[in-house]
Write a protein that binds this ligand. Structure first.
Ligand code: AMP
Ligand code: ZN
Length: 445
């Protein structure tokens, strides 16, 4: 396997520290709201990488955290007058449900930050003892980046100035300057917080990930995954804390996924230009059409989200399902195609090429039983839940067929409002509707 490593800034051959074991950590969501499909692009990357490692016979321990304490959570929970556990529960639950809909496999462990406060305090104590952190008069503790000589090794600081002696207290970190950052933030008596040797307070965001990852994967582990926005300062700061504390390398491979964009800008909560999976499903899309769309772009390329591209992805997926309907999988797969597929995947997760090889195989003039067997093997990595569609007969009851017929007439007459009403009726009966050029395609949900 070869993978682009942000630490070395090149595509490296993947050699785990302790093969066949692999430890992998993904920065999970901050649960102050529903996650948008941009967040899920990164979660799909992490899942794809996990599946690829497993296909390469590695034994993977994967960890993805839930950040269930930060400034936004505290502020929003206060506005709603809810304890933070109750406030974050709804969004955590929704996140887990969406992962399932996207066929993202469960991780080995999914730690929540608030369950590790004690370990975080101990960790910070060690950093203070080592002279890498200092305590402010208000009871906040900061990491002193000037004391860690390798600060900047991941991001190269990229034109940022190292501002020693200046501090960042908020969770909204500056992307422009490198500054001391809070490990522990003092809290007033009536604010959310935990008691610590420095008084009441709460952990900073970066320390959470260092503690949770090392707790489960050891001082040094193989892979750390996140969106590209986390490279600086989040991952830079994680390295400083972790290597400062242990004196050992923190992570061997840092893997960063590019963003999902809308009209050329990053999809994000703060810009309010985001869609959730629920929005997509509400418009009649299959969540796996989004997964398919994500796979058609390389993870290190930006992907601009449009409804047209999602429609194209859904059509491609429906075409695949239609094509393989009734195929029975038996016997051996087609080694040549599978080999070509794995080569693409192992070459820095070249998913667009892998999808192309999959299609080439599906269309090849070969026995369908062998093609079905190969497709199932490929789908262990693609995760498009293909098995469900093999061997399947499409039994659409006559009353639904009648609705489809009437809808087709309405569409032909360009009466789109009526066609839409029929679509809603069909969907309510548990079918998904996709528009082909001249007819309506309907599948059972
Ligand atoms: P957050 O909840 O904002 O901390 O983000 C959780 C994960 O989603 C992080 O790995 C982010 O880098 C990633 N992420 C956030 N926005 C996007 C986006 N528009 N495209 C891809 N990944 C994103
Ligand atoms: Zn993190």
């Amino acid at each position: 396997m070869r993978i682009y490593n942000s630490l070395t800034r090149k595509t490296d051959i993947f050699k785990p520290i302790n093969p066949p074991k692999v430890g992998m950590y993904t920065c999970g969501p901050t649960v102050h709201d529903y996650q948008h499909i941009g967040n899920f692009r990164t979660m799909i990357l992490s899942d794809f990488l996990y599946r690829t490692l497993v296909a390469n016979n590695y034994q993977v321990k994967s960890v993805r955290n839930i950040t269930d304490i930060d400034d936004k959570i505290i502020k929003k929970a206060k506005e709603k007058n809810l304890p933070i556990e109750i406030f974050t529960k709804e969004y955590t639950q929704a996140f887990i449900e969406d992962l399932g809909k996207l066929n993202i496999l469960p991780t080995s462990i999914s730690p929540k930050a608030t369950k590790y406060i004690e370990q975080m305090i101990k960790y910070i104590e060690e950093l203070v003892k080592k002279g890498l952190a200092y305590v402010e008069r208000d009871g906040s503790v900061y990491f002193d980046i000037s004391k860690f000589p390798c600060y900047g090794k991941l991001s190269d600081l990229n034109g940022r100035t190292l501002k020693t002696g200046t501090r960042i207290l908020s969770d909204e970190y500056s992307k422009d300057d490198a500054q001391d950052f809070a490990l522990w933030k003092a809290a007033a008596q009536d604010e959310v917080g935990w008691s610590s040797p420095w008084g009441k307070g709460r952990p900073g965001w970066h320390i959470e990930c260092s503690v949770m990852s090392q707790q489960h994967l050891g001082d040094t582990f193989d892979i750390h995954v996140g969106g590209i926005d986390l490279l600086f300062p989040h991952h830079e700061n994680e390295i400083a804390q972790s290597e400062g504390k242990t004196g050992k390398p923190f992570v061997k491979y840092f893997i960063h996924g590019e963003h999902l964009l809308v009209n050329g800008t990053k999809m994000s909560k703060s810009l309010n230009n985001f869609y959730t999976l629920k929005d997509l499903v509400g418009k009649g899309f299959d969540p796996l059409a989004f997964r398919y769309l994500v796979l058609t772009a390389h993870y290190r390329d930006k992907l601009n989200f449009t409804w047209e591209s999602l429609t194209a992805a859904q059509n491609a997926l429906e075409n695949l399902r239609e094509k393989i309907r009734g195929w029975k999988h038996a016997g051996n797969g087609l080694c040549g195609y599978y080999h070509e597929f794995i080569e693409a995947v192992n070459n820095d997760l070249n998913t667009p090429q892998a999808v192309a090889v999959m299609w080439k195989m599906v269309k090849a003039k070969k026995p369908v039983s062998a093609k079905a067997a190969t497709l199932l093997q490929m789908d262990q990595i693609l995760g498009l839940n293909i098995e469900k569609y093999l061997d399947r007969k499409l039994n659409i009851p006559p009353e639904i067929q009648e609705l489809i017929r009437q809808r087709d007439v309405a569409r032909k007459n360009k009466n789109f409002r009526l066609a839409d009403q029929f679509r809603i009726k069909i969907q309510k009966q548990g079918y998904r509707v996709t528009d082909l050029e001249d007819k309506t395609r309907v599948v059972k949900r």
